[in-house]
Design a protein around this ligand. Structure first.
Ligand code: KIV
Length: 272
């Protein structure tokens, strides 16, 4: 049985940076409604993401592409109602950032309506100008590199990214450019652990990993995966934290415990 350790302070970007500087890991998780938001915050989750994964785990689509801004706003408001101290991050859905101006307008509306602190955007290099524009207007952002599920059709499937040396070098250079452009956080999805470690060591901003090995600053997973309620194939990088636990609170507290002690992810959840 794992005992929940609720957050004592409000989580901010400077605080996540401080954790990075001190070499302390932080735990992030998705949530999509009020009740789970309360629960995950009570278990000590520092960053709660209303991810466009909701298209798959809540709406039953095959991809994240059908998710709308209104979906993110609706679930963002529900999650915000359950949080006091955790940082709330919202995904910018497919088609909501086709230009810096469109991204600025959509992100401003979302933050106003939900009172979230950060928006997360896929797109890497193509979003440099957008990251810069958001930063100029005081909007905190988390860039997303590696596997970008909104580009599933262009990539031809969900695959580990950055395996070849030239692709890895390109990702390191893009990560640096995004930091320079003003992004506050970086999320790396499905990249070799050694590459994620290199990017994390290179950047001053905190790096959050999913399928990116243990040597990043924070970990994130999809709530439904760790509670073993995801339908169909489970991703290699995730883990059923319900196993051996008698309730959801204990499972989420175990996730937080293992992330903070560097026990999750281990080699079985990691790509090389
Ligand atoms: O949409 C989502 O839940 C995400 C996570 C997989 C990081 O982007």
């Amino acid at each position: 049985m794992y005992i929940p350790k609720p957050l004592e302070d409000k989580i901010t970007i400077p605080q996540l940076k401080k954790l990075k500087q001190q070499g302390e890991k932080f735990a992030c998780l998705t949530a999509y409604d009020y009740s789970f938001a309360r629960l995950v915050e009570d278990c000590g989750i520092e960053v709660v993401l209303v991810g466009d994964s909701l298209g798959m785990v809540i709406q039953g689509h095959d991809t994240t592409i059908p998710v709308s801004l209104e979906d993110i706003r609706y679930h963002g408001c529900a999650v915000a109602a359950g949080l006091d101290n955790a940082m709330l991050m919202l995904d910018m859905p497919f088609g909501s950032l086709n230009s810096p101006q469109q991204a600025l307008d959509n992100a401003s509306q979302l933050l106003k309506q939900t009172q979230a602190q950060v928006v997360k955007l896929e797109g890497g290099e193509t979003q440099l100008k957008t990251v810069e524009t958001l930063a100029e207007f005081g909007i905190a952002s988390c860039a997303h590199l590696g596997l970008q599920p909104q580009m599933v059709h262009k990539m031809g499937g969900y695959r580990v990214q950055g395996k070849a040396r030239n692709a890895a070098e390109q990702m390191i250079s893009t990560a640096r450019d995004l930091e320079q452009a003003g992004t506050d956080l970086l999320l790396l999805e499905c990249v070799p652990a050694s590459l994620a470690a290199e990017i994390t060591a290179t950047l001053e901003i905190p790096v959050i990993g999913i399928g990116a090995g243990a040597d990043v600053d924070g970990q994130i997973l999809v709530l439904h995966d760790i509670l073993n309620v995801t339908v169909g194939k489970k991703p290699k990088f995730s883990k059923n934290f319900m196993q051996g636990q008698s309730n959801i609170q204990s499972a989420i507290s175990r996730y937080v415990h293992e992330v903070k002690r560097g026990q999750f992810p281990d080699k079985t959840h990691t790509f090389s």
